[in-house]
Design a protein around this ligand. Structure first.
Ligand SMILES: O=C(O)CCC(=O)C(=O)O
Ligand SMILES: [Fe+2]
Length: 263
């Protein structure tokens, strides 16, 4: 039954040699993208269905590279570079705030070349991998898709969640005065790709990615949503206008996301 809602494929992740420098990391990322996406994966994103082509590719990246990306992510997190809005100058949430209002996901917008310049070869690989996926999906389906924003997010336990939303926002709803810079191109988003970076995840830690067939009003009907666990190396891909959310998370959960923009 689930299979009819989430298109799922589990692959044997292509082995990647530990990159020695930024150029090698970028080449390895692109190469890995070309190996994991074939015509069937690309088409799965455009199949008809209530879940807007929700697709899951398990084991897309080998555990060694997932580990390297997670180590880089943790480094940035420990340096305080991840913030609720993604603005690196924004202060970290105070304990006081968390106590009264609860915690929030934190994030940063990455440029693969900056990651490379900082010696974060895992994230340089990841950025190139996700950009490569975007280009490859475009090529295989005859659409013009351009790599857009690359986001690293951390849901650091404490019940942190993200309410139902769509990643695509129509241009007329866009308010340049109030949205942070990286939201400026939300109207261009067509496909969202998310790569999870956990080592081991279990259902007890919550944090599922929940996809909705329709935007729920109140409690959603069981038929109208599907949950995907954020297992390390899993890639979730979907049309950016599909409603989705992240359920309360009780473990450290890192995700690297790419929004593929309309060309
Ligand atoms: O991390 C996830 O599973 C989804 C996050 C999300 O929906 C977003 O950042 O827009
Ligand atoms: Fe989202």
């Amino acid at each position: 039954r689930e299979a009819a809602r989430v298109w799922t494929r589990t692959i044997e992740s292509p082995s990647v040699l530990q990159p020695g420098d930024a150029t090698e990391a970028a080449i390895a990322g692109r190469d890995c993208a070309d190996k994991v996406v074939d015509g069937a994966v690309a088409e799965s994103l455009y199949r008809e269905g209530r879940f807007y082509g929700l697709s899951l590719l398990q084991n897309a990246v080998c555990p060694e590279m997932v580990k390297l990306m997670r180590a880089d992510s943790l480094k940035l997190h420990q340096l305080g570079r991840l913030t609720p809005s993604g603005d690196p100058d924004e202060p970290q949430l105070s304990e006081q705030y968390k106590k009264y209002f609860g915690s929030l996901p934190v994030l940063t917008i990455l440029k693969p070349e900056d990651a490379a310049a900082e010696g974060l070869l895992g994230l340089a690989f990841g950025g190139s991998f996700l950009s490569g996926l975007c280009l490859r999906i475009g090529e295989l389906t005859g659409q013009t898709l351009e790599p857009g924003t690359l986001q690293l997010a951390c849901y650091d336990g404490e019940g942190v969640s993200y309410q139902v939303h769509e990643d695509y926002v129509p241009k007329e709803d866009y308010d340049p005065e109030r949205l942070p810079e990286h939201h400026r191109f939300s109207y261009k988003r067509r496909i969202t790709i998310i790569l999870y970076l956990q080592d081991q995840w279990s259902e007890g830690l919550g944090g599922a990615f929940r996809a909705h067939a329709v935007r729920p009003e109140g409690e959603p009907d069981l038929q109208n949503f599907v949950d995907v666990l954020p297992d390390g190396g899993s890639l979730v891909m979907f049309r950016s206008d599909m409603p989705h959310e992240v359920l309360p998370t009780f473990g450290q959960r890192f995700a690297l996301s790419m929004w593929c923009h309309a060309g």
